[in-house]
Design a protein around this ligand. Structure first.
Ligand SMILES: [Zn+2]
Length: 222
């Protein structure tokens, strides 16, 4: 069970990550959403819908159960709450989820281009598996949540075309770091395409394998 102090700390973390996402240009205004599973419980803390990050107070964070029912909250949870909840139900090791609407990823996938393994951090954080491509459906539904997680499989991030990216992780820091690595790789790929220099040279497959091995065995990262 999370103590009162621990829960307050996690509520603060949710708000801080949201502000960081705005500062990085990954979301505008109140867009995107973040959630954290309260350790050793079936309760989730999630951003309230439609409130700008600058205005969210600790008591505005919504607590829901694993089916998205409000346990404690003054507001409705984020409209993508069903996808967050299904991720926690499907993957017991997931401790947090992050969704941002970062522009380079959105631009590339709107042009039907997948982000390749063009940067080391992208390989490390996604263990070489890159991003899955999810459904083009209205996001606020069980159908959308299921299609998202079916697409994600054993990967750590999925693209919602014409919308954004959804990443999972053991902690909110890792889930958000995955959003950062994905957008960074998208920028570099976008730049290489903008240079009209053809396809970029990628990290050789054997080096990617070494990187994945290193991160799995705890010997390193980016
Ligand atoms: Zn969204």
């Amino acid at each position: 069970m999370a103590t009162f102090a621990e829960e307050l700390r996690l509520r603060r973390k949710l708000i801080d990550i949201g502000k960081r996402a705005v500062a990085l240009g990954f979301v505008m205004y109140h867009q995107g959403n973040f959630s954290i599973r309260l350790p050793e419980t079936d309760h989730i803390l999630i951003k309230p819908t439609s409130i700008p990050y600058e205005e969210i107070e600790l008591e505005d964070i919504v607590k829901v159960d694993l089916n998205g029912n409000i346990v404690d909250g003054l507001h409705k949870p984020s409209s993508e709450v069903l996808t967050h909840c299904m991720a926690y139900r499907k993957y017991p090791k997931v401790g947090a989820c992050a969704h941002v609407e970062s522009p380079y990823l959105n631009a590339l996938y709107a042009m039907d281009k997948d982000v390749p393994n063009v940067l080391g951090n992208f390989v490390y954080l996604f263990e070489g598996k890159g991003l899955a491509t999810g459904p083009s459906l209205r996001s606020n539904s069980e159908k959308f949540a299921k299609a998202t997680l079916d697409a994600m499989g054993d990967q750590y991030g999925v693209i919602w075309k014409n919308h954004g990216v959804f990443c999972v992780g053991p902690t909110l820091e890792v889930a958000f770091d995955r959003c950062v690595a994905a957008e960074q790789a998208a920028r570099v790929y976008w730049l290489t395409l903008a240079l009209k220099a053809g396809e970029p040279s990628l990290i050789p497959p054997e080096v990617q394998d070494e990187m994945v091995e290193a991160i799995r065995s705890g010997k390193g990262g980016g």
